[in-house]
Ligand binder design. Structure first.
Ligand code: C2E
Ligand code: CA
Ligand code: CA
Ligand code: CA
Length: 275
């Protein structure tokens, strides 16, 4: 047992070292990725309870020069730490607006949801950046939904709420992403100009078999109903999940069952085929 323990420890150290080296390499590569044009924006359709397209979420993709696709769950936290998320977030917003223009010209003017990270939202000039991208592209603010996470709301509630109101005045709508995984209180939710809650896909995974998850989903739907908010349930992969939701509050849905995240051109083809 002792030997096994020692081997275990050694293995752990090696893994930690590899992970640390890996992070440093990723940090370095990420620093050049924007200049090297290695990012792309994919779009994933969102559908109404009866399956009609209601919008799409923009999801960032990083394909490194060596061809490796690095998942956003890996590089976004690093970009957030190094600060690259600020120029990257600006790039995403402009790219989302350009995507909206192409969709609109193809006859599919769907509102686009854009993930906005806490550090990006908290930049002193964030509102100016949003304003100037809207002016530059001519996209109506009402066609954008900003997805914020509960982390941002916990950290800096008053400043966040004030800034949300300024952007809402412009016409931007707001969604709380991964809802149910953080600690936002009902009192605060009522102070914010909110349009939507997105139920985290973690709660969908074992639905409708997982009793706790199911209860939580039902209570989020009830609460959103009370607050007059739209709900999008994420991570819908099976007919069973969609059917369960259809008989429990009928939220909007997003997931592989309906559409994978894909490049804009493919999404337009898919929308044409369905029309
Ligand atoms: P998120 O905002 O919660 O995005 C939803 C994630 O669920 C996406 O992962 C999407 O591809 C995935 N997904 C969609 N449908 C299904 C499904 O049916 N089953 C499963 N298992 N997964 C599904 P992705 O694209 O890997 O993004 C991961 C996270 O990275 C996002 O989570 C978001 O937090 C962050 N992210 C992505 N793009 C951006 C961005 O432009 N800016 C910022 N700040 N964060 C981003
Ligand atoms: Ca999101
Ligand atoms: Ca989410
Ligand atoms: Ca997430």
């Amino acid at each position: 047992a002792k030997a096994a323990g020692r081997n275990g420890a050694a293995l752990f150290e090696t893994t930690m070292l590899a992970a640390a080296e890996n992070t440093l390499m990723l940090e370095r590569d990420l620093g050049n990725a924007l200049d090297n044009d290695e990012f792309a924006l994919h779009l994933q359709l969102q559908v109404s309870p009866d399956g009609q397209p209601i919008g799409a979420e923009s999801l960032l993709r990083w394909r490194r020069a060596d061809g490796v696709l690095v998942p956003p769950d890996v590089f976004i936290p690093i970009a957030e730490k190094t600060g690259l998320i600020v120029p990257l977030g600006t790039w995403v917003l402009r790219q989302a607006c350009l995507s909206w223009l192409r969709l609109s010209r193809a006859g599919h003017a769907l509102p686009l949801s854009v993930n906005v990270s806490p550090r990006q939202f908290q930049q002193a000039d964030f509102v100016d950046v949003v304003r100037s991208i809207l002016a530059e592209t001519g996209v109506p603010a009402t066609q954008l939904i900003f997805e914020l996470t509960e982390g941002l709301l916990v950290e800096n509630m008053d400043a966040t709420v004030a800034r949300m109101h300024v952007l809402a005045e412009l016409g931007i709508r707001f969604s709380i992403d991964d809802f149910g995984t953080g600690y936002s209180s009902l009192a605060y939710l009522q102070k914010m100009p909110l349009y939507e809650l997105k139920i985290d896909k973690g709660f969908m995974r074992d639905m409708p078999h997982d009793v706790n998850g199911t209860a939580l989903v039902k209570s989020i739907l009830a609460m959103a109903g009370q607050l007059g908010l739209r709900v999008v349930a994420e991570g819908i992969e099976t007919r069973e999940q969609a059917q369960f939701l259809a008989s429990h509050g009928k939220p909007c849905m997003q997931g592989f069952l309906f559409c994978r995240p894909m490049p804009l051109g493919e999404l337009i083809s898919q929308l044409e085929a369905a029309a």
